[in-house]
Design a protein around this ligand. Sequence first.
Ligand code: CUA
Length: 185
Amino acid sequence: MTEQAPELHERRILGTELLWAFGVGVFIAATLSAVVFTALSRDINPPSNVERLDPKTLHLSGEFAEHNLGTTVGADGSVTVRAIATQFMFVPHCIAVPRERPVTLRFASPDVIHGLLITGTNVNTMVVPGFVAQVHTEFTRAGDLLMPCHEFCGLGHSEMWATVQVMAEDAFKPGPDGRISCAQR
Ligand code: CUA
């Protein structure tokens, strides 16, 4: 340090600190605005559903029993998809959904932590054993989308994926029981 009057030295330190505080403040404000902006304008939110279930028995009865998996259209027209993420597959392997209609996706895991995303959409969630992972979304384009597991879950992780078949409204015809599976091609 060169010789300076002590007050001048102190003032320089204060100036540098304030400059850094300002820079960090701008960075934090920009980050928070990006979070709020994407949440409001693009509907990108962290999954916040807390619903517990017993991973040891979920396949035996109740909502995630095998016969209840897949896509169901309720009497009010609401579309709900239920699927299990397990080492190393999704059940069912193909999920049928309508285009341009609100869809509720519900996932559960009987074994380890899995994760999933649906390419080109805002669907991206972890599937933690003991909890129901729920995502609300709307698919905008008809066609097949890839749904890979994106959380390392064991040796077969890279083989774990499913297809989401987005159907145009006239092709999305559930059966009398309100259920619909992927069209065979
Ligand atoms: Cu399941 Cu990776």
